[in-house]
Design a protein around this ligand. Structure first.
Ligand code: UDP
Ligand code: MG
Length: 326
């Protein structure tokens, strides 16, 4: 029987956990009508991301009640992105569904995702039709942000697509290989590629508590998204430096001509201003160039694999290499 892992990061969700377990039971028992009689082995992996309420105790209780529920507790709050990685490392299923603990991601969508997976898709993402109770300001900035992000990178990050998704084991293995500790998982799903499709869902309101994603956290995550996918900001410095240098040279020519023809009432001004402008431009340019290289070093230092294989036929591979070794 195929096995499906559910990965649920938990941060101060003690009040949601019972409701969550109750909502998941029909799936775990294979009695959910959406499954159409299909049967799967299930495992639920809770990653307690350093909660400071009683979430960990709750998880321990659940685990002793139902062996299908496992949990790992992180030593401190590492943030949702890193909690997800801990879950990726622990999954043993053929596919994994990632969902929030606050029941904002409807359980009823999971069978739809599984059906798409059975059709051969490797990454089935939930497409948010509505965002639940979220501030207008957050919605507004989300829209601008994705516009910016997608204009400045080659890897498209889909708007209205979050962490609610099903990943084939192959995709999980690939993402597991990306060990950067400042993670932007939403971008990583896109970066690794694989056959993707979406299913629609409506974000429900939180069952209890408040969102943990404060404005500050969201801004941090947004910056992570931009700086781990593009070195465009560095390039802006190069371009700006170049433009200022050119402008300074034009201005210099103008001042020199003007001084030669009309003379200059303020002694030393033309030389001074030309030097300042030109040097300023050169400095920016040099900084930009250094930045470009730092950007390259930065990208390489992540040590990401140059490519990832999704599927392979039986190549008569490595015969040359083998014979070389003989
Ligand atoms: N979460 C986490 N670590 C954190 C913040 C959040 O594991 O540092 C979990 C949280 O318990 C929830 C999910 O990530 O299951 C989404 O968090 P939240 O609902 O606060 O974010 P929102 O849905 O508002 O984006
Ligand atoms: Mg939420």
């Amino acid at each position: 029987m195929k096995k499906i892992s559910l990965l649920i990061p938990v941060y101060n969700e003690e009040e949601s956990l019972d409701a969550l377990y109750a909502a998941l039971l029909p799936l775990l028992d294979n009695t959910h009508p959406g499954l159409n009689g299909m049967k799967y082995d299930w495992e639920v992996i809770f990653i307690d991301d350093g909660s400071n309420d009683r979430s960990a105790d709750k998880l321990r209780d659940l685990n002793s009640k139902d062996q299908r529920l496992r949990f790992a507790r992180l030593s401190r709050n590492f943030g949702k992105e890193n909690a997800l990685l801990a879950g990726f490392d622990r999954m043993t299923g053929n596919a994994m569904v990632i969902m929030d603990a606050d029941l904002q991601h409807p359980v009823d969508t999971i069978p739809e995702m599984i059906a798409k997976w059975e059709d051969g898709y490797e990454d089935v993402y939930g497409f948010r039709l509505s965002r639940g109770k979220e501030s207008i300001l957050r919605n507004f900035f989300t829209k601008i942000y994705y516009g910016l992000l997608n204009r400045s990178t080659r890897v498209d990050v889909l708007p209205n697509v979050g962490d609610f998704r099903l990943l084939d084991k192959k995709v999980v293995d690939a993402i597991r290989g990306l060990r950067e500790s400042q993670r932007y998982t939403k971008g990583l799903y896109c970066w690794v590629g694989f056959k993707k499709t979406g299913v629609d869902f409506r974000t429900a309101d939180r069952v209890s508590g408040e969102t943990h994603m404060s404005a500050g956290r969201l801004i941090n995550l947004a910056l992570e998204g931009i700086t781990s996918y593009t070195t465009a900001p560095l390039r802006i410095a190069t371009v700006l430096g170049f433009i200022i240098s050119i402008l300074a040279i034009c201005y210099m020519i103008y001042i020199v001509c003007k001084t030669l023809i009309f003379g200059e009432p303020i002694q030393g001004f033309p030389t001074l201003i030309c030097t300042i402008l030109f040097l300023g431009g050169c400095q920016l340019l040099a900084l930009g160039i250094i930045g470009e290289y730092i950007g390259k070093i930065y990208n390489e230092s992540k040590g990401r694999p140059p490519y990832i294989v999704a599927e392979e036929s039986d190549f008569p591979t490595n015969q040359n290499e083998n014979s070389k070794g003989d």
